[in-house]
Structure formats: C-alpha cells, structure tokens
Design a protein around this ligand. Structure first.
Ligand code: PLP
Length: 301
C-alpha cells in the first residue's frame, strides 16, 4: 500500500496542530478540515499547521464551525478509507473512536492523580474540566472514576444565554439523537436536525457530546454545568494576570466554574482544574473582544 494521509477535523486547531506535528515527525501527509469561521478566529494555529507541512481545508458549509469540519473530514475519509487514516479530535464518532481517544487522553488524569498525591498527600476534592465533545474531560476524569470522594464536574459552553443558538450546552439542553455515527445527546432544531450553536471558544461549539459523558451523568458520577462567555472572558484574564498563564478559551470555562465554586467551599478544599490548552491561539480574538489594541500603553522619546 502507498503512503497514507492522516486526516482530521479541528475546532480550535489545537489537535490539528498536534496531528500536523506528529505527521511531520513520522513523515506522513496530513490534511486538516476546519470551519471557515474558526480558520479566521484561530489563525495562529492555521499558520502553525501550514508551517508543519499540513494541508488546511477551510469548510464553508452550514455554520462553518466544528460540526461542518467533522462532516467534511468524515466525508473525504469515507470516500477513500484506503488512502486516509482518520484521527478524530474528541471522544465522539462511531466506535471505537470514543474509547481510543479516552484511553490515550487518560494519561493526563493518571499524571494529575499521581502528582496531586505526591504534592498534597491526598486526592483533590473536585476535578473540573471543560466539555465540548468531551475528550479533555474524559482524560481528566477517568483516573478518578473509582474515587467517590472526588467530585467530577464537566463545564459546557453557556454562550450568551439559554435560547437555542445562543449556547452549545448539549448535556443541559440536548435530546437523544444520532450525530457523526454515535447515539448520544444532540442539540436539535424543531425538525430534529443538529441545531445552531454558539460559544466564545471554537473548540466547544459542537451540537453533540461524547456518549461516555451521557453514561457518566446517568450513572450519577459526573455533574454537568455551564458557564457563559462573559464569565469565561473574566476567567481568561484573571488567570493571565494572577498566574502568568494565558489559558485557552475552552479551558477558561473550567476556570470560570472553579472561580464561581471556590468561595462557596471550605478554605481547605482543593480544586483541580484541567487546563486543556494554551491561549496563544485566542489572543487576537480576545483583544478584539476587549477592545484592547496591540499598541503600547505609553510612548517615551
Ligand atoms: C484547548 C481545548 N480545550 C478543549 C477543547 C474541547 O474539546 P474536548 O471537549 O474534546 O476536550 C478543545 C477543542 O478544540 C481545545 O482546543
């Protein structure tokens, strides 16, 4: 068989960059599908992927975000599965993709568990992670599933409000349905088609969620909540200024929940927040949102 091409979809571009990096390392061709809106919003990652030698395909169908990128990459893969190796970006899609992604991603949770025990001599009281398709959360939660004392909290994008199209909070507002080859909860319009979604974070505006999360909620093991764009922007700035860490807007959803929760809990409570990615990709977009120019504060001559 000839050389195969790695193909994937990406929302924020983080796993597109990761895949392009791996492809460069092992000498495979790489093709990344990304919604046209996200290409514009996350252009630092588009530049990274292209520098790494990947072909970036901008998808202009529908809402031009993550769902359409998945549709497009799946379509190309399904038409020629001999040529392509599909690398899915979250715990979504047909079996065995959700299990594969969870198992690889769960290294993160095992590491945090070991490091937390070493640093504090006990487990965290809660682990908090953002949920789009749900891969960073599954990665963070899996190591703690058998630890009943550890609260697990998944944070969905509450966007601008609770009306359809204003958010992408699938665990809160979704109905049972089929999407991208999986049976799960789906945000649907009146006709039963995937509904419009919004989030400040490109990696979270997806109308479905990995089926493992639906199971964990039904089993009563994980709580799912939502945080809106404004709280997320505040959390983004707060971490940047207080810790010197610029978080991804996706990760800032988990932070926003931690900030909301912390004052309600005893002072000795330990919250572990999964920072799923860096915010470099988001700075232009955030600066525009905040009306912050790239000019200096003061000029001296
Ligand atoms: C930094 C970051 N965090 C979180 C996500 C959301 O994906 P998931 O819910 O699969 O972790 C993305 C998706 O692009 C991302 O880029």
């Amino acid at each position: 068989m000839g050389k195969r091409t790695l193909i994937a979809e990406t929302g924020a571009g983080q796993h597109g960059v990761a895949l392009a990096t791996a492809a460069a390392l092992v000498g495979l061709e790489c093709e990344i599908h990304m919604g046209a809106v996200d290409v514009a919003k996350q252009h630092p990652n588009v530049v990274r992927m292209r520098l790494l030698g990947a072909k970036v395909v901008s998808v202009e169908a529908g809402q031009q975000t993550l769902k359409e990128a998945v549709d497009s990459a799946f379509g190309v893969y399904a038409a020629d599965p001999e040529r392509y190796l599909f690398a899915i970006g979250s715990v979504v899609g047909p079996a065995p993709f959700p299990d594969l992604v969870r198992d690889f991603q769960s290294v993160v949770g095992r590491e945090t568990r070991a490091q937390f025990l070493a640093a504090h001599g006990r487990l965290p009281d809660a682990v908090i992670a953002s949920v789009g398709g749900g891969s960073n959360a599954m990665g963070a939660f899996t190591a703690y599933l058998e630890d009943p004392g550890v609260r697990l909290i998944g944070v969905e994008p509450g966007g601008q409000g609770d009306e359809p199209g204003q958010h992408a909070a699938t665990m809160t507002f979704g109905r049972p349905g089929m999407l991208h080859g999986m049976e799960t909860l789906v945000l649907q319009d009146e006709a039963g088609d995937p509904g419009e979604v919004h989030s400040i974070a490109s990696g979270l505006d997806y109308p479905g969620v990995g089926p493992q999360h639906v199971h964990l909620r039904d089993a009563g093991r994980v709580e799912y909540v939502k945080e809106g764009d404004d709280a997320v922007l505040d959390a983004f700035q707060r971490l940047s200024r207080t810790e010197g860490i610029i978080p991804a807007l996706e990760s800032a959803h988990a932070l926003a929940r931690a900030i909301r929760l912390a004052p309600t809990l005893p002072a000795e409570t330990n919250l572990l927040v999964n920072l799923s990615g860096r915010g470099d990709k988001d700075i232009d977009y955030v600066a525009e949102k905040l009306g912050m120019s790239g000019e200096a504060d003061e000029v001296v001559r």
